[in-house]
Design a protein around this ligand. Structure first.
Ligand SMILES: [Zn+2]
Ligand SMILES: [Zn+2]
Ligand SMILES: [Zn+2]
Length: 281
């Protein structure tokens, strides 16, 4: 089965450009230095059989969905509940309407679902008397492989400061954001992954995210063929950093699509432009 990961966003929690910052990356006119909050869309299979799983619901989800031409999803996977990964939950209603008002299945760790229920109490309140909100079908996972909308998903627990975050492996692809450490038990779960998207915040070490050197080392330890980095801050200028990286590693950027094709080939599809955006940057 063809597995594609589309970068809906590749930026750190503030997004790039960052409000109030006058640095050269935030001022760059290169669209690849403009990063909405980190999220990917998994597309599994092709044509009418395509299944779409959205990973995280960022505060930028509306723009991300519009520019990706996305009007419905078959499910949502939540990595963790930091605001940059789930505070777009209300705007999922657009994808709920686009999906014919069928409740959207949403998978999360139990503690993450409990947090979502607190933050978005009205969305989970069956008695809430307002028709204009998203309807979800919440489900939890732990360490076992589970099926999401007919797709087999392996959760990959990783460390993010004092909390656990879920990475997701589908076939030979994996997406891991927001981590400072991938434990050895999770490295084992990632053996056989050929195409990886991994957190790399900046050059210098950070208590809750991977530095670029550590991310490279982690990707090597797993033994992937290609790695693309995400959750990038304004320390990393797209072109100059890419020139320093080995040819199997690259910074990801918004709207880039990477896939393992049916014949096993890894494909990389660059966007033709940065696409229609209601934000004029
Ligand atoms: Zn984050
Ligand atoms: Zn900046
Ligand atoms: Zn986080």
């Amino acid at each position: 089965m063809r597995v594609e990961m589309e970068f809906l966003g590749s930026g750190t929690s503030s997004g790039i450009p960052t409000i109030g910052c006058d640095c050269w990356v935030c001022n760059s006119s290169n669209p690849r230095n403009k990063r909405l909050r980190s999220s990917v869309l998994f597309r599994l299979g092709v044509g009418d059989d395509e299944r779409r799983l959205l990973v995280d619901v960022t505060p930028d989800i509306r723009i991300q969905a519009l520019r990706a031409g996305l009007s419905s999803v078959h499910g949502v996977l939540i990595t963790h509940t930091h605001a940059d990964h789930c505070h777009g939950l209300d705007d999922l209603r657009g994808l709920y309407w686009g999906g014919g008002r069928v409740p959207i299945p949403l998978w999360a760790y139990p503690e993450a679902l409990a947090q979502l229920r607190r933050t978005f109490a009205y969305i989970f309140d069956a008695d809430y008397d307002y028709k204009g909100i998203v309807k979800l079908e919440p489900q939890v996972f732990e360490h076992q492989l589970f099926e999401a909308a007919g797709v087999r998903v392996q959760p990959i627990p990783v460390v993010h400061g004092n909390m656990r975050v879920a990475g997701f492996r589908i076939g030979e692809c994996a997406y891991i954001t927001d981590t400072n450490e991938v434990p050895d038990t999770s490295i084992e779960l990632l053996k056989g992954v050929r195409l990886l998207i991994l957190d790399a915040l900046r050059r210098a070490p950070h208590p809750t995210h991977m530095s670029l050197p550590k991310a490279l080392e982690t990707a090597e330890k797993i033994g992937v063929e290609r790695v693309f980095f995400t959750h990038i801050n304004h320390d990393l200028e797209h072109e100059s950093i890419n020139n320093e990286l080995p040819d199997w590693a690259r910074l990801g950027y918004d709207r880039l699509k990477v896939a393992i094709e049916e014949d096993g080939r890894i494909s990389v599809t660059e966007p033709e432009s940065n696409g229609p955006s209601p934000i004029a940057f």
